[in-house]
Design a protein around this ligand. Structure first.
Ligand code: SF4
Length: 123
């Protein structure tokens, strides 16, 4: 298999180290530029199964605001982000809403719930 170098920014902490990952397919040969072991873990995850938290908003009926912020309870596979956003665009909640309330359970079969990020009172 051909050896490749992939550049990525570690987003695990605010330092944002620039990583150069030398790999053959999904097998890492070496990582340069990291300042801690979490950078190695991040590089491995990015190559094998990149995941992200997904914050967005969802429509609300009868609330003091028309939208409520929501977020996945854990990172989901990156290729599913736009599918999840399309599903959440169709969701409409009834106020009141409580922080931590499940907005969408087992999102797209990932086993990850989408939760309300704040309280939102009814009118
Ligand atoms: S490698 Fe370590 S220090 Fe650098 S961004 Fe990642 S977590 Fe932060």
């Amino acid at each position: 298999m051909v050896e490749e170098v992939t550049k990525m920014i570690c987003i695990t902490c605010p330092v944002g180290c620039s990583l150069e990952v030398t790999h053959e397919g999904k097998t890492i040969i070496k990582v340069d530029g990291h300042q801690c072991k979490q950078g190695l873990d991040y590089a491995q995850a990015e190559l094998v199964d990149p995941r992200r938290m997904v914050p967005t908003t969802v429509k609300v009926r009868g609330g003091v605001h028309p939208l409520v912020p929501v977020c996945t309870a854990a990172p989901i596979p990156k290729p599913l982000i736009f599918d999840l956003l399309a599903v959440l665009r169709k969701v409409e909640l009834q106020a009141p809403i409580h922080v931590g309330q499940v907005v969408l359970g087992d999102a797209l079969g990932t086993g990850v719930d989408v939760l309300a990020s704040r309280n939102l009172a009814a009118i």
